[in-house]
Design a binder for this molecule. Structure first.
Ligand code: SF4
Ligand code: SF3
Length: 556
């Protein structure tokens, strides 16, 4: 075994990647990521203690969040960058250790002499060799108790999603200290030798609560800066002009690229999870913002190969670039692939400099013109609320019989055809609510509308699942129901990476029962932990299309 990782839905044989990742992650990258997480735990040991004494350090707080985000599936594949992050982690640990020790001495009048867990103490030899050696012993399997391991990983993956959303909000100038505090409280808890199953379950539910808080914060960050998404028809073809394709979730990158390309004769298209950018008023005003090209992440090799322009990846999910486009794809932010040009971070108060990407787009010349259809997007919280009366009366009159939430991620395997078939075969009177890249399984189908309400309501990125939860809670009020479970809503969620774990935990925290999850249950759920989730929340694995549709229509 060279490595062990089972954090995503496509893990080898639904047990764990052991030689290299199915995602393309090398054993070294996986091992360095394990060491980085280990050091983040060490930082959090001090961070949590310092906070209890009224101290924290914002640089350390955001470093912990970014460290977690870096290890999400399909973000960072570059050993050099991970080595740098590990070096920074040692520095951050030292910084927060000193803050804690000083605060302790100030409060107690003596030095701290308590015992600290190993991640807070371990010192390395220099360089990658010693990192790899240590990383091999501190990964997932270091925890021997299967159920504790399962809960610790479920918690850690929930934290990764929270961290990613918190970082997106932070980049846009919004922060909430309770989120940073929780990331460190929970990471510290995973270092405790005698932590119980109950304590971990409570932390997992709290991660769901913090997931809601963080998605709400990001929603506020996005909408306060770019306006509320509006129902928008998005063109999916291409025009014969030089162009840049933007993928990922980072809206500030989107904004800056639109600004820097204005009047340069370069068109802008979104890909994957950037599609929702087309619905924001602040972006729609640009004439050179043409629409969306392509589908979800796993099709990128095929789709980028055919897209003749420059491409930029702002968050996950990057795949191994093919030679045909390796010289015209760029990464930025936390995304990294060895030997792929990287656009550096912002210097304080200044935008990123995307001129290399723009030059590349111009150098490439015009795209081939390919006609495409138009798809409707932009049904986030605000625009859904604007149609609330219409939706409520359609439910009361029986025209809408059921909502099916089909949010989450897309993935490469054939069993995901299930979601296309469910969408195609749901009876009239059903409305699909979606967010995340899962939508690409059915957003090109012509499913029509119900009195002007589209049968696929697309709220946006995976973090915009917040809008779906928000609207469900508004319907609870409108129908004077006791909970979401009393509404005609079913949940048929697709997961792939760790942000979807956060969304799932958020739904559990909101009390949603009977969620269908697929295309497989997470490999990191031990039989006992899976049993708890089934007993407490009635979570179920997807079945056949027919059985599931019949059951959902009966509210089961
Ligand atoms: Fe395997 Fe997924 Fe981990 Fe990649 S992220 S190594 S595919 S489990
Ligand atoms: Fe998709 Fe990667 Fe999860 Fe944000 S782009 S949903 S998989």
């Amino acid at each position: 075994m060279n490595m062990f990782c089972f954090q995503c839905q496509e893990t080898l044989k639904n047990t764990g990647c052991v030689m290299a990742g199915i995602c393309g992650k090398s054993a070294d990258v996986a091992t360095l990521q394990d060491l980085l997480i280990y050091l983040l735990k060490g930082i959090s040991v001090y961070g949590e203690k310092a906070r209890k004494l009224g101290h924290n350090d914002e640089e350390v707080d955001i470093f912990v969040a970014r460290g977690l985000f870096t290890t999400i599936t399909n973000v960072n594949f570059d050993t050099d960058r991970l080595v740098k992050l590990i070096e920074q982690a040692f520095k951050a640990r030292e910084k927060i250790e000193n803050i804690f020790l000083n605060a302790y001495k100030e409060k107690h009048g003596e030095d701290f002499t308590g015992k600290l867990p190993e991640p807070a103490r371990w010192k390395s030899g220099d360089g990658i060799r010693s990192y790899l050696e240590k990383g091999r012993n501190v990964g997932v399997l270091a925890e021997k108790n299967e159920d504790i391991r399962s809960l610790k990983q479920l918690l850690t993956y929930g934290l990764k999603g929270i961290a990613a959303y918190a970082d997106h909000a932070y980049i846009l100038g919004k922060k909430d200290d309770s989120i940073f505090a929780f990331l460190q409280e929970a990471l510290e808890a995973t270092t405790r030798e005698f932590i119980t199953v109950d304590e971990l379950v409570n932390l997992v539910i709290k991660a769901g609560e913090m997931g809601v808080t963080t998605m709400a914060l990001l929603d506020e960050a996005n909408t306060s800066r770019y306006g509320n998404p509006e129902p928008t028809e998005v063109y999916t073809g291409t025009r014969a002009k030089p162009a840049i394709l933007i993928s990922g979730h980072d809206l500030l990158d989107m904004e800056e690229i639109l600004q820097q390309t204005a009047g340069k004769g370069v068109d802008i298209y979104t890909h994957g999870e950037m599609l929702p950018a087309n619905a924001y008023p602040a972006f729609k005003k640009y004439d050179h913002f043409v629409g969306n090209y392509g589908t979800s992440w796993f099709n990128q090799q095929k789709e980028f190969d055919k897209f003749n322009g420059a491409i930029i990846m702002t968050t996950n999910c990057i795949q191994k670039p093919k030679e045909s486009y390796k010289n015209r794809i760029f990464t930025t932010g936390l995304v990294a692939w060895p030997d792929v040009a990287h656009i550096s971070d912002r210097e304080f108060g200044k935008p990123k400099d995307f001129s290399l990407v723009i030059e590349k787009a111009l150098e490439q010349g015009a795209l081939e013109e390919i006609p495409g259809k138009k798809i409707m997007i932009g049904f986030a919280r605000n625009s859904l609320m604007a149609s609330a009366d219409k939706i409520i009366s359609a439910v009361k009159s029986g025209k809408i019989k059921r909502f099916v939430v089909m949010a989450g991620c897309d993935g490469r395997y054939k069993n995901r055809e299930y979601y296309t078939e469910v969408a195609k075969n749901l009876p009239e009177g059903t409305v699909i609510l979606t967010a995340g890249c899962a939508k690409y399984r059915y957003n090109m189908l012509d499913l029509g509308d119900i009195d002007g309400i589209p049968r696929v309501i697309d709220a946006g990125q995976c973090n915009d699942s917040y809008s779906l939860a928000y609207i469900a809670l508004q319907l609870v009020k409108a129908f004077e129901a006791d909970s979401i479970n009393d509404l005609p809503i079913s949940f048929d969620i697709a997961w792939y990476e760790q942000k979807a774990v956060t969304v799932l935990l958020a739904l559990l925290y909101l009390g949603v029962k009977g969620i269908r999850l697929g295309p497989t249950l997470p490999a990191f759920l031990s039989p006992n932990v899976a049993k708890v989730l089934v007993e407490k929340f009635d979570i179920k694995l997807i079945g056949t299309v027919e059985e599931d549709i019949d059951a959902m229509m009966l509210g089961k």
